[in-house]
Design a protein around this ligand. Structure first.
Ligand code: F6R
Length: 587
């Protein structure tokens, strides 16, 4: 949610191209606008453009910028419309700031600053930071002193980077609840993620909450939340944090869908689930949002069946604002691709404050905030996920959760080994699935049905369709249809059913009959033996046979492909769906 980058060069070598390359890697975090600012001959020069980064690049061609130190931003708008005026960097007279997060007390700060004569020209909360820094610099403070003072005044969540016209070799940055990494190589760099700086940095320091850094004359000095100097350890940037591009694929999303067999294989290989996390556990509480929440819903079926531990699954943004009771011996599990989702992070904090529960995380991004606050971390080895709609991270989450559930069931543990190759077979059906897209692409609405652990997969299929194709879609437990949603069915609405030949087959098949009696666009994902028993007037995709417990993982894949091909037919920007951003660091 907003991406920030900063590069402090050497010998005044122009860093603009490096900033743009970094922004290309960060665009998945927001694409309402993009901007760049550099210090040029003692002045702040900035260029901003509404919309995708390409618009900024086009502008830069006609108005080239050059500077030895600079900051850049891709925006997902929170305060203020996505206009050029509200685009970052936001500047005061001689200070430019990029910010990811929300300054909660900006109204009070603005009021104070206005009394001091500062004129606000944007609708952003960030402008308060720029003017605060300017005020302190005008009062004679150094960038370091000014920054320290301003950090004491602002409240909320932020990753900030700032440059100063009168201090052309200085860049300041801080992190509080929004990610920020400091990279080292030929240059000292800042980036919301490591991918954005990995091309020019070999080592990295992840700032912790409250920490800040001064980069002056090519050297970084770090401070903790009490402004005491610290010496954090640098880590080598590992390959799995690097975005290697789209390769032969038209979109990241398609590439990431296709990578699932290897992501699953790696996730199985690298995760050994020990018994220690269940020591004294009599209840499991899963906290997550969006797609990760649906992974949690699947886990509930598995955990209660195989671990025999009662499991609650909670939408993190709701959980923390009611007064939930956390029973004794509860294990909280956060599921998150990014590891940064603020709702999930805050829900975990609620658990920490109100219980002695241990906290585990299932996360894809190493060293992310949620993984750092957890007692146990299981990393999904999906690799960097750039497509805004989560695909390979979701199936990798399911693999971890299944691994937890099945760990004492030798037969299932063995069956795991077949999962990647069966997923490959499912991916081989992509042309058949592409052929279904015209049956959905002109619809205004679509219904997804599933039973048991395939019910959350129906919800996930519907979410994938709506977020990338903008077709309204709803998932329902197939048995719930008759209690209301069936009123939606007519000849035009596609009804997409998940119906493997399992112990619930007969029930789902009769729900399908009921739908068929009222509509004619019924699409079923099933297997060979199921297909023979299902009505001929329906459209069927025959998926490979797989052990019933693994169907949620494998059935997710064709639904991702379906959403992808429908979105393509509708001309949507699959990797950057409107209004969304990859990592949701605002509430
Ligand atoms: C949808 C999607 C989102 C995320 C949600 C939580 O495709 O990706 O619904 O699942 O924003 O994000 P994480 O998993 O990063 O906590």
């Amino acid at each position: 949610m907003c991406g920030i980058i900063g590069i402090a060069g050497i010998n005044n070598e122009n860093v603009v191209n490096h900033i743009i390359s970094g922004l290309e890697k960060l665009e998945y975090r927001g694409y309402d606008s993009a901007g760049i600012a550099v210090v040029q001959e003692g002045r702040i020069e900035k260029l901003r453009a509404v919309g995708k980064l390409q618009n900024l690049k086009t502008k830069l061609k006609n108005n080239p910028l050059s500077g030895g130190i600079g900051i850049g931003h891709t925006r997902w708008a929170t305060h203020g419309k996505p206009t050029e005026n509200n685009a970052h960097p936001i500047a005061s007279e001689g200070v430019a700031v990029v910010h990811n997060g929300i300054i909660e007390n900006y109204k009070e700060l603005k009021f104070d600053l206005q009394k001091d004569g500062f004129i606000f020209e944007t609708e952003t909360d960030t402008e308060a930071i720029a003017h605060l820094l300017q005020r302190e610099v005008n009062n004679g403070l150094s960038p370091r002193q000014a920054f320290q003072k301003v950090l004491g005044l602002i409240e909320g969540s932020y990753a900030i980077a700032a440059i100063f016209s009168s201090f052309p070799d200085v860049m300041m940055a801080a992190r509080h609840r929004s990610p920020l990494a400091v990279g080292f190589g030929k240059y000292v760099c800042l980036g919301s993620d490591v991918s954005s700086i990995s091309a020019i940095c070999s080592d990295v320091v992840y700032l912790e909450d409250g920490e800040w850094v001064e980069i002056a004359h090519g050297r970084a000095s770090f401070f903790d939340k009490n402004s005491n100097p610290i010496k954090p350890t640098k880590q080598k940037i590992s390959d799995d944090l690097i975005n290697t591009g789209k390769g032969e694929y038209a979109h990241y999303m398609l590439k990431e869908i296709m990578e699932q067999p290897s992501a699953i294989r790696r996730t199985i290989l690298y995760n050994r689930i020990g018994g220690e996390i269940f020591h004294n556990v009599s209840r499991i509480l899963i906290l997550a949002c969006g797609t990760s929440y649906y992974a949690g819903m699947v886990a509930k079926y598995w955990f209660e069946k195989f671990l025999k531990i009662p499991t609650d699954v909670e939408i993190a943004s709701e959980y923390r604002y009611r007064t939930p009771i956390i029973g004794p011996n509860t294990l909280a599990i956060a599921i998150t691709q990014s590891g940064e989702t603020i709702d999930t992070l805050e829900a975990l904090e609620y658990v920490r404050k109100n219980s002695n529960s241990k906290v585990a995380a299932v996360a894809n991004v190493k060293n992310s905030a949620i993984s750092r606050v957890s007692d146990f971390v299981f990393y999904t080895e999906a690799g960097v996920e750039i497509g805004v709609a989560s695909t390979k991270a979701f199936t990798a989450q399911l693999v971890i959760l299944a691994g937890i559930a099945f760990r004492n069931h030798e037969f299932l543990t063995r069956e795991f080994q077949n999962l990647p190759s069966i997923c490959e077979e499912a991916l081989d059906l992509c042309d058949d699935i592409k052929g279904l897209a015209p049956k959905i692409s002109t619809a205004n609405s679509a219904i997804y049905l599933g039973r048991g652990p395939l019910y959350p997969i129906a919800l996930e299929g519907a979410l994938k369709l709506k977020e990338i194709s903008y077709i309204h879609a709803e998932g329902f437990a197939a048995g719930e249809m008759k209690h209301g949603p069936i009123a939606l069915i007519d000849d035009d609405i596609p009804v997409i059913c998940l119906c493997p030949h399992n112990e619930l087959f007969e029930k789902t098949a009769s729900n399908i009959q009921v739908a068929l009696a009222r509509g004619k666009n019924i699409i079923i994902f099933t297997d060979l033996s199921g297909s023979e028993l299902l009505p001929p007037e329906t459209t069927k995709i025959i998926l490979p046979r797989i052990h019933t417990e693994f169907t949620p993982i494998m059935y997710a894949i064709p639904l991702q492909l379906l959403a992808y091909y429908v979105a393509l037919l509708r001309g949507a920007d699959v990797d950057k769906p409107r209004n969304l951003a990859k990592s949701v660091t605002v509430e």
